[in-house]
Design a protein around this ligand. Structure first.
Ligand code: UAG
Ligand code: ATP
Ligand code: API
Ligand code: MG
Length: 490
């Protein structure tokens, strides 16, 4: 494809003829081959503009960079927001893409919702996929990508790869980092969802307002004009929910609210059952019942949001609501990993914010007859201000709290635990995560429940950073099984 025709499709004016043939796109100079368009971005660690000469040397035909950057030997596509211009240009190259694409943002619930939406579509007979923290998932396989949104080139090439395999429906997770860095956009998005908003990632965004603004790029810019904005509007009626509704209204999107205060799908009642819950809902004036085979208010919220996304993009209502009765658990989200020798269930959950811990604990509470024993830690090189509130949330809802390690990365693990313990002064401290899980299982009696939070589906413990970073294999589900098994063996 000629550079000129890509630029025209992307609506980008070129100062030169643009006769060069484009063979690919790269944001890392080490991935540049002859014919590549290189995106030179200023990053958190280094300035990508410094690698422009090396990219040109390797055969880059064009460089997307700020107007003030220096580019010699290739076409300089100058834009004050080079990441956005690059995303548009690359989107013109990576085609075709699946016919129906939806995106989900919010602090918690994104992975769950994209995965549930994929399942609902599939049960309706569509070839569907989800992209997010769990990787790229289709009905055949799940391929991990390492990050929720690795980079714009991987994102777009995954989209067109899926379309070429025959996938027609994709739900993707739009993280705040991804939205802020324009690394999950460029494709036509037919509907977007906003789940909820609470403290996380302030190390990166600085303030709650900046964090929210990053998420709102989904409604303000990424969604196609006239598309649907599905917004969770729960009992708590948070100010952020109302702000999200305003953003969607300002852009004249089709606002579809879901939840206890929702107008599109209203949640009238929720009754926990032994292995799930019954949801009474109202849709277009009629009452309906869903027997959701998953526990917890948060999973009900995610399932209903997924239903709204599927309905908003044309799936028949009856079929979607019926399929919700058969939703499969999402990996690492309130996953029942083991039953101890005493008979206590051990749940693994990905809660790594104060709000998520509260939600995971609230989900298990109705099922606890004895004590709830919570094991968790906080990640290193991440928002430090969330640590004490996480401790407080765990302490408020649990009978026993064990504070342990969760990906210390470049920080001192004991210092992280100390920050968590400020919010949970009565907690037991056991740094080694396996020992902590083993102790929780040892303490649990027949009526108790163990919650192991923070790592969910993760397969490793990240220790160190930069050159000395190591990932030690660690899987909460497997370790819980091993510890429960060891109990049985004793
Ligand atoms: C803080 C952050 O988000 N950083 C991400 C960002 O890096 P950056 O743009 O700041 O990159 P940089 O390393 O400073 O380099 C600047 C530029 O120079 C280029 N470069 C660099 C070195 C070189 O030799 N040659 C070269 O060309 C780089 O490719 C880059 O374009 O863009 C990179 C590629 O797009 C990401 O890999 C990287 O994620 C880092 C590893 C990360 O840990 N990110 C986490 C916080 C994250 O993004 N998480 C969210 C999920 C959060 C959630 O949902 O809760 C996610 O979406 O995954
Ligand atoms: N709707 C919700 N409301 C409150 N808490 C939730 C909700 N959905 C999920 N959670 C909590 O957040 C955890 C992570 O859920 P999930 O992976 O779906 O979210 P995410 O937004 O993709 O997270 P991340 O930002 O890490 O990618 C769950 O294990 C649960 O503890
Ligand atoms: N997407 C989240 C995942 C956090 C998971 C937790 N195990 C941690 O390491 O803090 C992040 O990168 O902040
Ligand atoms: Mg996620």
């Amino acid at each position: 494809m000629k550079l000129a025709s890509l630029a025209e499709t992307a609506g980008i004016a070129l100062a030169v003829a643009g006769e060069a043939e484009v063979t690919g796109f790269a944001i890392d100079h080490r991935k540049v081959a002859p014919g590549t368009v290189f995106g030179a971005f200023r990053g958190a660690r280094v300035n990508g503009e410094d690698f422009t000469p090396a990219a040109v040397e390797a055969g880059a035909v064009a460089v997307v960079a700020r107007p003030e950057a220096s580019v010699e030997g290739a076409v300089h596509i100058a834009d004050a927001e080079p990441r956005r211009a690059f995303a548009r240009l690359a989107a013109a190259f990576f085609t075709p893409v699946p016919r129906v694409i939806v995106a989900v943002t919010g602090t918690n619930g994104k992975t769950s919702i994209v995965e549930m939406t994929r399942q609902l579509w599939r049960m309706g007979g569509e070839r569907s996929a989800s992209i997010g923290t769990l990787g790229v998932t289709t009905s055949d396989e799940s391929v991990s990508t390492g990050l929720t949104t690795p980079d714009i080139v991987t994102f777009l090439s995954n989209m067109s790869g899926l379309a070429r395999e025959g996938v027609t429906h994709v739900a993707y997770e739009a993280s705040s980092h991804g939205l802020d860095q324009f690394r999950n956009e460029g494709v036509p998005v037919a509907a977007g969802a906003f789940t909820n908003f609470s403290r996380d990632h302030l190390d990166y965004h600085g303030t709650m307002e900046a964090y929210f603004a990053a998420k709102m790029r989904l409604f303000d810019e990424v969604l196609q004009p006239g598309s649907a904005a599905v917004i969770w509007h729960g009992e708590d009626d948070s100010e952020w929910t109302r702000k999200a509704i305003e953003h969607a209204q300002e852009r004249s999107l089709r606002v579809l609210t879901v939840g206890e205060r929702g107008e599109f799908i209203r949640l009238l009642a929720r009754t926990p059952t032994q292995l799930g819950q019954t949801l009474e809902i109202e849709y277009e004036g009629a009452r309906r019942t869903i027997n959701l085979p998953l526990i917890g208010a948060y999973q009900a919220a995610n399932a209903l949001t997924a239903c709204a996304l599927a309905i908003a993009t044309g799936s028949p209502v009856g079929q979607v609501l019926d399929s919700a009765n058969r939703l499969q658990p999402v990996r690492g989200r309130l996953e029942r990993a083991a039953i101890t020798a005493m008979g206590a269930p051990v749940y693994v959950d990905y809660a790594h914010t104060p709000d998520a811990l509260e939600a995971a604990i609230a989900a298990l509470r109705p099922h606890v007859e004895g004590r709830l024993i919570t094991v968790f830690g906080a990640g290193g090189d991440r928002d430090q201000g969330k640590r004490a509130p996480m401790g407080a949330a765990a302490a408020a809802g649990s009978d026993v709290v064990i504070v342990t390690d969760d990906n210390p990365r470049g920080e001192d693990a004991a210092t992280i635990r100390a920050a968590v313990l400020e919010g949970a002064p009565d907690a037991i401290e056991i740094g080694d995560r396996r020992a902590a899980i083993a102790e929780a299982i040892r303490l649990a009696g027949a009526q108790d429940i163990v919650l192991v939070a923070g790592k969910g589906h993760e397969q490793g413990q990240i220790i160190g950073s930069g050159e000395s970073m190591r990932i030690l294999p660690f899987d909460d589900v497997q370790v819980a099984r091993e510890c429960a098994g060891a109990e049985v063996a004793q």
